[in-house]
Every structure is written in C-alpha cells, then in structure tokens.
Design a protein around this ligand. Structure first.
Ligand SMILES: [Zn+2]
Ligand SMILES: [Zn+2]
Length: 156
C-alpha cells in the first residue's frame, strides 16, 4: 500500500476526494468535508463523537464550557469544603498528561506567553528554577527586540 501510495499520489488524492463525508463542526456548526479515510475507529464507534473543521475549532472545542478567563488564565470556580477555589485549566491539563497531581515546586509554563493558550504544544511542565530562567530569557529577548536602541544593562 505504501509503495503504491508513493508511486501514484494523484490516484490516492482522487480516491480520497471521492470518499468524503459532510460533517457539522462541533464548535462553529459549519458544514465541512472530511475524508472518510481519516475518521478513526473510536470516532466511528462513538455515537456522540466530535468533529472539528479546523485546528482553531479543535483548540476552542477543548475549552471547558464552565471555564472563565481570570487574569488571562482559563479557570474553573469550584466550591470545596464551603470555600471558593480557583482551578487553573492548564494545571488540570498538565496533571492529565502526567497522570498524577502536580508536585510542590512544579509549574506549567505557557511557551508563547499567551496565558490563555492551553494547547498541549504551548505548555511545558518545569520546576520553579527553570521557570524563572525561561521568564528571564523571555524578558531579555523582548528587550532585545523592543529596546535595542537604548539597551538596558540589567537585561542585556
Ligand atoms: Zn469549526
Ligand atoms: Zn511561565
């Protein structure tokens, strides 16, 4: 199959084009075409499987509907033992990936600096020390870009 695919990419493309299905995006409700070949077995088996038209909709679709923005972060408010608690969505995501609770001294850093961008590729779990280093480095890079005409000796 693989060798045939390489030898006749046009044929494979045509085959895929003829074998598409019209789906409704779970996020923006727009209709879009999806090649049947790329529908996974789990999606076929699940009656309430979600489909997204674009990467943007995938990201938006994974935001918890109960989440609200607080100081730039997505948080969920919960009442624990009669007290209001803020649960950071990015910490939850990290814990899901780790398969355990975050330990003391561990932090989740947003790589692109956008605290509301919780896509997996934008999150890195690190310790306090490395986190501080990352932010200092980000500040230095920012300064080099914006203040290069009057360099700040502290940031240089
Ligand atoms: Zn969409
Ligand atoms: Zn950070």
């Amino acid at each position: 199959m693989h060798a045939w695919k390489i030898a006749h990419p046009g044929l494979v493309r045509d085959y895929h084009k003829r074998n598409t299905i019209t789906l409704v995006c779970s996020q923006c409700q727009k209709e879009f075409q999806k090649v049947k070949y790329y529908i996974t077995q789990t999606q076929k088996e699940r009656p309430n499987a979600k489909f997204y038209c674009s990467r943007k909709c995938v990201a938006l679709g994974h935001i918890n509907p109960k989440a609200v923005l607080w100081k730039g972060y997505w948080i969920v408010r919960k009442i624990i033992n009669g007290k209001f608690k803020r649960i950071f969505v990015h910490i939850r995501i990290a814990e899901k990936v780790l398969g355990r609770k975050m330990k003391e001294g561990e932090v989740v850093h947003h790589i692109n600096g956008d605290k509301s961008d919780n896509r997996h590729k934008n999150l890195v779990i690190c310790d306090n020390h490395y986190h501080k280093f990352l932010h200092e480095r980000m500040a230095r890079l920012w300064a080099r870009e914006h203040l290069s005409k009057n360099p700040n000796p502290i940031l240089a």
